[in-house]
Design a protein around this ligand. Structure first.
Ligand code: 5RP
Length: 322
């Protein structure tokens, strides 16, 4: 056969092959889906049924983005609107704090009872089992220790917080202190990153050596945190006028426990804080320095999530401690 005729035959064959492939992909394979489409029914459009408006369960956060709300819903229980956070970041300024010498022995057994963990990236990577799957409020500022002067801090790299899957970023804010401006700048930068990546910021109101722990101070500090972008705030409970601290802060407040108290007094502190409007606790020493830390954190949960009174929670503590 002449070479021209052979070439023509080859071209025809190639064309035929392409046509077959086209038919297979566009008619048989892809277009086949068209056959399976179920006809829409009028009733499925829900004509006449208004779309329900949703309101977020935590105060002041209705207008936050989805990622922030998702992470806040992991830290705070949407059913109670509250949280029991276990704080064990003390070592970042105090070294091997009493009760935290061996985090694997003292903290790991408590993790299952906490709604959220507040700790440094060092503790997280070295001790906290990733399979525990608890939302982490990462200590995101660091600087001077108790051996010099507190609160001269910087912030971490946001990439590391994302790598660690942080559910919130905790930043120290020191109002009325030498490093006030620097700590507020840290909060502002953190909130900027947080809103960029959908991660809430917790403003931690610091108490400097000279500062009075009264409602006026904490109301000022908490409000400054919220106004500068904190998604929630950690303060201390004040004997007088704590409700004013809560009411003057447009976002949720959790309380730190402070120095170790007898268990009944610590439970009473939780009870009063919750009943005056706190959205939970971020408690450390009163849990891990207790003789019976598991009993203590479970009793704290009783107050925060189950509405136990001080007496009921103390009874629960004693029962569990036996
Ligand atoms: C220190 C902190 C601590 O985590 C915070 O004080 C909570 O711990 P405690 O209940 O022991 O006071 O933020 O800056």
């Amino acid at each position: 056969m002449p070479i021209r005729a052979q070439l023509r035959g080859l071209v025809c064959l190639l064309r035929l092959q392409r046509q077959c492939e086209f038919n297979y992909y566009y008619k048989e394979k892809k277009m086949a889906d068209l056959d399976g489409i179920i006809a829409n029914k009028d009733k499925d459009y829900g004509i006449g049924i208004p779309v329900q408006k949703q309101s977020f369960f935590l105060k002041g956060l209705d207008h936050c983005d989805w990622g922030i709300k998702d992470r806040m819903s992991r830290i705070f229980n949407p059913e109670t609107g509250r949280t029991v956070m276990l704080a064990f970041d003390h070592g970042y300024i105090m070294g091997p704090t009493s009760g935290l010498e061996r985090l694997d022995l003292s903290i790991v057994p408590l993790i299952e009872y906490a709604d959220s963990l507040m700790c440094t990236r060092g503790a997280l990577r070295s001790v906290v089992p990733p399979v525990c799957n608890k939302p982490v409020c990462l200590r995101y500022s660091a600087g001077t220790s108790v051996l010099t002067e507190l609160n001269n801090e910087c912030i971490l790299d946001i990439k590391d917080a994302i790598r660690l899957n942080a559910s919130a970023l905790a930043v120290m804010v020191s109002i009325g202190d030498t490093y006030e401006a620097k700590t507020i700048e840290n909060l502002v930068r953190t909130a900027d990153y947080g809103y960029t990546y959908g991660i809430p910021t917790m403003g931690v109101t610091a108490v400097g050596k000279q500062m009075t722990r009264d409602a006026r101070y904490f109301a000022t500090a908490a409000r400054i945190c919220a106004e500068n972008g904190a998604t929630f705030v950690k303060t201390y409970y004040t004997e007088q006028d704590f409700a004013k601290v809560i009411n003057a802060c447009p976002v949720p407040i959790v309380i730190a426990g402070g120095k170790k108290l007898p268990e009944k007094e610590a439970l009473d502190l939780c009870y009063r804080a919750i009943n005056e409007g706190a959205a939970g606790v971020d408690m450390g020493r009163n849990v891990f320095q207790s003789e019976k830390p598991v009993a203590m954190i479970r009793a704290v949960r009783g107050v925060v999530h189950e509405g136990l009174t001080t007496e009921q929670a103390f009874e629960m503590f004693n029962d569990l401690a036996d």
